[in-house]
Design a protein. Structure first.
Length: 265
């Protein structure tokens, strides 16, 4: 049922007919990071800083990146259940689960189902909720050139992203990730109409991290997650958009590591 192939900090796990690619590096408490809709191309500087304190595991979601797109991949719940099996297959426990955007939504769906392997939960700019009356940018309607400006408060980051000329392989990967993202988040748009009913089941300490200028998932969602999750605290980063780990990496890392250390790292 399962098989693991590992080399050079990149591994594959064959589980439930799906080969998932994941990166693993560092020593210490286990930190499982779930990426957003754009995927994760490799070790970023802020991730590498985390590997100095933690055993960091960063998978490509089923359907994304170098992972397979299995026949059973239909919705956000499929990803949540798969990661519960992923955690079990790798023998992980006392996991510090961290998710960003789409990955934050998946992390919340995991935690409402079974938190027995979790130590803490961190949601960064997480999708998954709908708040009537709160306007947000519809990422599915944005032209490619308009995506970078929507992601950041400081437009130098948007300019740097826009200036990058993508290879054919990167374009193909964007198409794959975009298709997978639409498959789980197109309808209803970026939320689960049943998630809010069950967030009270999350029984581990939770940290909610958000940029105060997030246009993709506005900061009102941070307050709603805090209201619905019993042991949740919130930290809002000023002058920051949808990617705090990129736009304000040191503030992000400080908030995350302080929270984990206070809760039994």
């Amino acid at each position: 049922m399962t098989a693991v192939d590992q080399s050079n900090e990149t591994s594959t796990l064959n589980l439930l007919g799906c080969k998932v690619n994941y990166r693993r590096k560092g020593t210490g408490p286990t930190l499982l990071f779930l990426h957003g809709a754009a995927g994760v191309g490799g070790w970023t500087p802020w991730m590498l800083q985390l590997t100095e304190r933690f055993d960091v595991i960063v998978p490509d979601h089923p359907g994304f990146g170098s992972s397979d797109t299995p026949e059973w991949f239909d919705n956000i719940h499929d990803l949540a259940y798969y990661y519960l099996d992923f955690i079990k297959a790798l023998g992980l426990h006392d996991v510090h689960l961290v998710g960003h955007s789409l990955g934050g939504w998946i992390a919340a769906e995991i935690a409402v189902r079974d938190s027995s392997a979790l130590k803490t939960l961190t949601l960064t700019a997480a999708a998954g909720l709908r708040i009537p009356g709160v306007e947000r940018v519809d990422v599915f309607l944005l032209a490619p050139k308009d995506v970078p400006p929507a992601l950041f408060f400081d437009q130098k980051f948007a300019d740097a992203m826009s200036a990058h000329t993508k290879t054919d392989a990167e374009v193909d990967l964007d198409l794959k990730n975009g298709y997978a993202f639409a498959r789980v988040a197109w309808q209803p748009r970026l939320y689960d109409p049943h998630l809010d009913k069950w967030l009270h089941r999350i029984d581990v300490p939770a940290l909610i991290l958000w940029g105060d200028a997030d246009k993709i998932v506005p900061p009102e969602h941070a307050a709603e997650f805090k209201r619905l999750i019993p042991q949740a605290t919130v930290e809002i980063f000023p002058h920051c958009g949808h990617l705090p780990q990129v736009e304000q990496p040191q503030a992000f890392l400080r908030a995350l590591t302080t929270f984990i250390e206070r809760n039994g790292a």
